[in-house]
Write a protein that binds this ligand. Sequence first.
Ligand code: GCO
Length: 255
Amino acid sequence: MSHALFDLSGRTALVTGSSRGLGRAIAEGLARAGARLIVNGVDPARVEAAVAEIRAVGYAVEGSTFDVTDEAGIIEAFTHFDAAGTEIDILVNNAGIQVRKPLIEFSSAEWRKVIETNLTSAFVVGREAAKRMIPRKRGKIINIGSLASELARPTVGPYTAAKGGIKNLTRSMAVEWAANGVQANAIGPGYMLTDMNEALVKNPEFSAWLMSRIPSKRWGRPDELVGAAVFLASTASDYVNGQIIYVDGGMLAAM
Ligand code: GCO
């Protein structure tokens, strides 16, 4: 029984990139808290599969397939929501990619791909959601940042720049939209066990270094982001604006 403060019943949540990984875990967590769910991804088959799996365990869910780097497709998706009378109460800007190589070897096209997918997408989808939330005087925007919103390591330059941008895009959203009842905040995952990090998990040297840097001495699980997501999606956070909550096992607290 979830406490009324954290009850998302009657709310509709759109989570970008939620057919798998962190987005999937967050989406299922919001559904468990009562939200009606819209699963998004770029691959129709993956979206359909995720919808079927989530519906099979009894949650209200539908799919919306669009590419978060395609502004026309995003606008079309929101036009469809409008026509269907679907009000997005909670937006989680989760979609993102990772590309690892020395910064000096990145082409500008590769740079743009990461920035577009991890940062610009949050602006475009956030703008379209806010256009509808502001007149309703109510809305929750949760951007997914990263430890890389604060700290850098070699070989993930574009990702780090994008996630640093997410932190201050979140603040910009907050300062412009808070007076209209829209709260914009972020979650900063630490090193989580996802497909995106599979190569790192399998790298013994990296894992040894990482365990020496994380006070909790373990990788995080995607479901460990759900508490922060439900908090930021619920009335419990109505006076929280422009913040980023790190779920990182204590890594940012450590020297
Ligand atoms: C990497 C990882 C990180 C994590 C996470 C850390 O290559 O360092 O992909 O970027 O995914 O973002 O918070």
